[in-house]
Write a protein that binds this ligand. Structure first.
Ligand code: PNS
Length: 163
């Protein structure tokens, strides 16, 4: 039986930590969909729109067989149903992630019968978050090695555009 899973997230932008989880998850499932949440309520504060985030992710996963990139709005369980997916795969960086992730996992199980499998983030990436990386870049610090090179360039380009 072929097993499909989704790695959902905001991915604004995708980090080395996200990519670590996506790469390792791709080795465990026959089909893996990386799903970008397109949240209109957060559009004004986002660095990249959903289409841009998807393009950046595609550039990072194009060597991975069985990996697709998509976007969704609304509930994750509805997206899973529409794609015939019953497993969500998420990374846990630290215990602090666990409480909220557990709540979401239990809710998704209850409302959609979707199971969540957690993967531990590789230790070298456990301190990374998209927000922190954007903050460092905005402050003029280096983000090299925290995001893939294509994303690093896109972040610098976006900041330059913003002036
Ligand atoms: O990258 P993030 O912000 O940790 O991703 C969170 C995400 C997108 C996985 C989560 O917010 C989500 O699934 N949102 C979709 C709306 C939804 O289904 N909410 C109910 C969750 S129980």
């Amino acid at each position: 039986m072929s097993v499909a899973a989704v790695c959902p997230g905001s991915f604004d932008p995708i980090t080395m930590g996200h990519l670590d989880i996506v790469r390792r998850a791709a080795g465990e499932f026959d089909r893996l969909v990386v799903a970008v949440l397109d949240n209109p309520r957060k559009a004004a504060s986002a660095m990249f729109d959903a289409k841009e985030r998807m393009e950046l992710i595609r550039a990072c996963v194009d060597d991975l067989p069985g990996v697709e990139v998509d976007s969704f709005s609304g509930l994750l369980v509805d997206f899973c149903r529409s794609k015939d997916i019953s497993v969500v795969c998420k990374g846990l960086r630290a215990v602090s992630d666990f409480e909220y992730e557990l709540q979401m996992a239990q809710m998704n199980q209850r409302i959609g019968g979707v199971e969540t499998l957690f993967m531990s983030t590789s230790p070298e990436y456990s301190y990374l978050s998209s927000s922190l990386i954007k903050e460092v870049a905005r402050g003029g610090g280096t983000i090299e090695g925290t995001v893939p090179p294509v994303v690093e360039e896109a972040v610098h380009r976006r900041l330059a555009e913003a002036g």
